[in-house]
Structures are given as C-alpha cells and as structure tokens.
Design a binder for this molecule. Structure first.
Ligand SMILES: Cc1cc2nc3c(=O)[nH]c(=O)nc-3n(C[C@H](O)[C@H](O)[C@H](O)COP(=O)(O)O)c2cc1C
Length: 558
C-alpha cells in the first residue's frame, strides 16, 4: 500500500479516462472518506449526487462548451487563445461516473459554530470533503477531474437542485488513462509551471490601520478667494437676468460651496448600484420573484440594464455591489463583494439582521465610497436593486418619520390593487409585532435592508470625503433619511436627482425639506435618476465656469 505522501503526490486532476466502470465499492469508499473530512461546526452540510445518465452528461457538457467559448474570448491574446483551445479541460461524457459535490447553505438559517466570520466556511468544508474523495480514489487506482467551467446557475437548474443546495462543480470519476508524466496536465503541456515550494511568510508585527487618516485627498479644490457671497455674486454677474437659470443656479452654488471654490470641477463621476435580497419578499410583496435580484446582477455585469446604458451615455463609471444577494457569485467577476448575508431575514416576526451585520453594512458602504474617492472621483451617485426593497424602505420610512404605513407604501415594481392591500397589511403587522426599542440602530437592525444601509454608510462617507453625491429615487432617499438622522450636515452635499412615481417619495422629500431636480415618472431604481440628472449637474458647473459676465462681455446690467 502506498504511503499518504505518495498518494498526495500522485493525485491528479484527470481529464483522460479509460472506459472501465467505477465499481460501487470504490465510490462508496471514496464518499465515506469525504464524509470523514472536517466540517465547520460539524454541520455535515456536504451533499453528494451521482450521475450515470448519458442525457444528463450531455447537457452538462453543453454547459461546459458554452462557458469554454466564453473563457476563450477572455484570453489575453490570440496565441494564448489558441493554446487554451488546444487543452482538454473536461471528460464529462467519457468518464463513466459523474459526481456533483454540493453544500447545503440552509444550515446557515440556524446558529452554526464557525460561520460568524464567513458563511463560506460551509463551502470550505465541502472542499475538504472533495479532497478526501480525490485522495481515496487515487489510493484505489481511480481518479477524478474537477470541472468548474460551467454556468453554475444553469447547472443547478438542469440538475433540479433546490435553491439552498450549491454545487462545487461537476466531478468526472473513473480509471485514469494517463498520469500526465506524474505532473499536473497544465504543466506537462507547458501552460504553467507549478512552483516547487509553498509560499509561506511569517507575519511578525501587527498592522495598525488608522482609517481616519485621509492623506493627500485629491478632491479638495479649496480656493483662497472663496466665500459664499463671492460665489453668489459670480452667479449673479453672468449675462442673464438674475435667477433665470433656476435650479442650475442653485446647483452651481451648492457645488461651489461644497468644493469651496468659484471654479468647481466634477471629476471622475462614479455610480454605485448596491444590490441585496429581502426576507420579506417571500410573502410576495413584489410583482417579481426573488430570483430576479440575482438575474439582474448578471444583466448589470453584462451591460444590459438601463443604468448601464445611461452611465455609458453620460460617461459615468459604474460599480455593482453584492450587498447581500441570495446567491453565491463567482469571484472572478467585476462584482464588488460586500455580502452581509444571503438576504435579510423576514422582519415580519423577527429581526432582519444582527447588530453586527447592520454595522458591517455602514462600514462596507463607507469603504466602497472611500475607494472611489481614492481613485480621484469627487461625485458619486447611489443606486439600488433588490426584489422586495420598496417594502423594506416603506417600513423604515414609516417608523423613522412616524408616518402611517399607508402613507409610505406604493406599488413598487407594479403590484395589483389586491397585492397592494396585502403589502400594506403585512407591513402593518410587522410594525405591530415589533417590540424592540425605538432608537435608530434598533430600528435599522430589525427592519433594515443590506443595500439600503450600505448606501446610507456610503453617503455618510461621501460627505466626509467632501464629495457631491446624487440621490436616486424612493429607496435611495430612505437610505439618505437614515444617513441624515445620523448626520444632518450631509444635506449640504446631496443632490436629489428625481422625484419618483412611487407615491411615498414626494412625502419623504417634503419631510426632508428638499426638491428633486427631475420629475420623469421613473420607478426603476438602479440609480437611473442619478445618471439622468448628471448632464444637468455638468451644465450647472459649465455655466459657472464658462459663461461671460456682464463685465467681461461688456453687457449693461439693469
Ligand atoms: C476548484 C477547482 C476547479 C477546477 N476546475 C477545472 C476545470 O474546469 N477544468 C479543468 O481542466 N481543470 C480544472 N481544475 C484543475 C486544475 O486546473 C488543476 O488542479 C491543476 O492543473 C493542478 O493539477 P493537479 O490537480 O493534477 O495537480 C480545477 C481545480 C480546482 C481546485
């Protein structure tokens, strides 16, 4: 019998198999080895599915082919593309047995030891099991090949896996037809050389970070001649009747005042869409199912949503944040991960989140905006998406402003009369059921939404970073309300882009004592109002900087 060391060294990710079947005893022994692997909090959340069916294998192979093409398009150059296409990266149809190793994330619905730091510990446990299985198969003269080049969402769908069961990948199992010269296949084919030794570094001292240090802030444009009176005078001296540029004059005054300069400049505008799921959505308070949240992330990342189009049109950088979507996204996308959890809990009879998650959201929102400021931006727009989030926003508005829930609820994505009544009823019940204290943080923990709190954290930070920030529609204004309750000063830096068609938005704007620039009957969210108002913000800055004054143009004043 081989030693453990020999088994570890000879284990190969295998993509060439003989047609020999895998005896039941072999796979049973290997799966038992998987079962003996460590699991966080002894959760035993790892689940196994076996596949012999040629039809299923063919369907999985088709998924591989689709993503294989996608991967080929992502290669760095034509030579690498040709090398990539020559590689054999799966053996789905040839391998006699298919194995799908999964983890059941529903264990996170209950307290689970070891998951407070990262709920990914459940996934890590399944990976430990996969490695044990790999080693056991090697010891028995068999092998395995991990296939991850798949659309995992489609993969789950075709296997009929329930929402809470997440696959690690498709594993091809069989007798190896080669040992690739006792080295990884990718190395044998000169794709990549595996290093000889592991990368190990000793950390000898604590790294202390003072988050409050804002060194070399590139966005301060301070002008020694600046005063609010001088700025207003400059606006009034432009060749136009006083006040005739209406809201543009107010914007110019606001922007110049924030940047403390008579010649403000908007630099590198950036829009951030925060996305999360809401436990309350399970009661059908939206016209759409929860899964749409996840699907929209894909749409945002692929450039197909309204906000992509308007940002592109107006040259605004766009970032998408997973604030807490009920799905595991691959880590190789441009998505910013700020996941507080996989959706909030329903606040109908319990707390939407823990106090720690609430604090995490404020910190993450701030961190994201800090990073945008560090890149040289002085103007950030906030947008959101999340099925069920008008319900969350309505409840928050009701409890924070002390308005009746009827006054705070609208049709959201467009629910019917009957559903609207139901939405009001369920939210009223949620408020009646609340027995906690009436301070802001307790309300936010109980009724909050991850994306709403991250926007609020982002707005507070945008103010600290001396940025102009654009507020989108109803939900975004509720985030502003939260931030405003924490620091009313932020009002100075906020531009309310549009007044939403969602009924409660007007009431909220009145409560805050502000007017929105646009009224376009929008009710989409995503930050679309911010992107649409941006050219107007630019016009305000442009007239201030470029328009002639009575004096410079030699035009008589009245
Ligand atoms: C999480 C994970 C996913 C992988 N996905 C694929 C895959 O889709 N296709 C493939 O050919 N190899 C895949 N591999 C195999 C690695 O590329 C392979 O492990 C590496 O070349 C080292 O080879 P060895 O396992 O034989 O030492 C995957 C490996 C891991 C750990």
């Amino acid at each position: 019998m081989k030693t453990l060391d020999e088994i570890i060294k000879s284990r190969r990710d295998t993509r060439h198999f003989t047609s020999d079947p895998v005896p039941d005893a072999v796979i049973e022994k290997a799966l038992q080895a998987g079962h003996w692997a460590p699991s966080v909090g002894l959760t035993e959340a790892t689940k196994y599915y076996l596949i012999h069916s040629a039809e299923i294998k063919k369907a999985v192979k088709n998924l591989f082919l689709e993503y294989d093409q996608k991967a080929a398009k992502s290669t760095d150059d034509e030579l690498q593309k040709a090398q990539y296409q020559a590689l054999k990266l799966e053996a789905i149809e040839e391998a006699p047995l298919g194995l799908v190793i999964c983890y059941d994330r529903s264990v996170l619905n209950h307290f689970t030891i070891g998951t407070v730091g990262s709920n990914e510990a459940i996934k890590f446990s399944a990976v430990c099991a996969a490695q044990n299985i790999w080693l056991s198969l090697t010891e028995q003269g068999y092998s395995m090949g991990w296939v991850s080049i798949l659309n995992y969402y489609q993969f789950k769908k075709i296997l009929g896996l329930p929402e809470h069961i997440e696959p690690l990948g498709y594993f091809c199992v069989g007798k190896p037809a080669t040992d690739y010269d006792k080295q990884p296949m990718l190395q044998q084919l000169h794709w990549k050389q595996k290093s000889e030794a592991p990368c190990v570094t000793e950390i000898k001292a604590l790294s202390l970070i003072d988050e409050k240090v804002k060194e070399n802030n590139p966005i301060l444009q301070k002008d020694s001649k600046f005063s609010a009176i001088a700025l207003q005078h400059k606006i009034d001296q432009k060749t136009k009747p006083t006040g005739s540029l209406g809201i543009l004059e107010k914007l110019a005054l606001q922007i110049g005042t924030v940047f403390q300069t008579l010649t403000p400049e908007i630099k590198q505008p950036h829009l951030v869409v925060f996305v999360a799921d809401h436990g309350i959505a399970q009661y059908g308070v939206s016209a759409y199912p929860q899964d749409v949240t996840r699907q929209m992330i894909t749409n945002f990342l692929e450039g197909g949503a309204a906000i992509n189009v308007f940002c592109k049109q107006n040259k605004i950088a766009l970032s998408i944040v997973d604030s807490g979507v009920n799905y595991d996204f691959p880590s190789n996308t441009k998505l910013i991960s700020a996941k507080a959890d996989k959706g909030t809990h329903s606040f109908l009879s319990g707390s939407a989140m823990s106090k720690m998650q609430m604090e995490f959201c404020f910190a993450k929102g701030a961190e994201i905006v800090t990073n945008i400021a560090k890149q040289g931006s002085n103007c950030v727009g906030f947008g959101e998406m999340g099925i069920g989030n008008t319900a969350t926003a309505s409840v928050l508005m009701s409890v924070l402003c002390n308005f009746s829930i009827e006054d705070c609820v609208g049709r959201g994505t467009g629910v019917t009369d009957e559903k609207l009544e139901f939405k009001i009823d369920i939210l009223r019940k949620a408020i009646e059921n609340y027995k906690g204290s009436k301070d802001l943080d307790s309300y936010l923990t109980h009724f909050g939404g991850f994306e709403i709190l991250q926007m609020a954290g982002g707005m507070l930070e945008a103010f600290q970073q001396n940025m102009i920030f654009l507020v989108d529609g109803f939900i975004c204004s509720v985030a502003f309300l939260i931030a405003f309750k924490k620091n009313p000063e932020i009002l100075k830096n906020a531009i309310f882009s549009h007044q939403s068609a969602e009924k409660a938005h007007k009431k909220l704007l009145d409560y805050l004592g502000v007017n929105a620039v646009l009224q376009l009957d929008l009710r989409l969210g995503e930050g679309t109002g911010c992107a649409l108002v941006f050219p107007i913000v630019q016009s305000a800055v442009a007239f201030l900087n470029e328009m002639a004054s009575f004096e410079s143009a030699g035009v008589s004043e009245k």
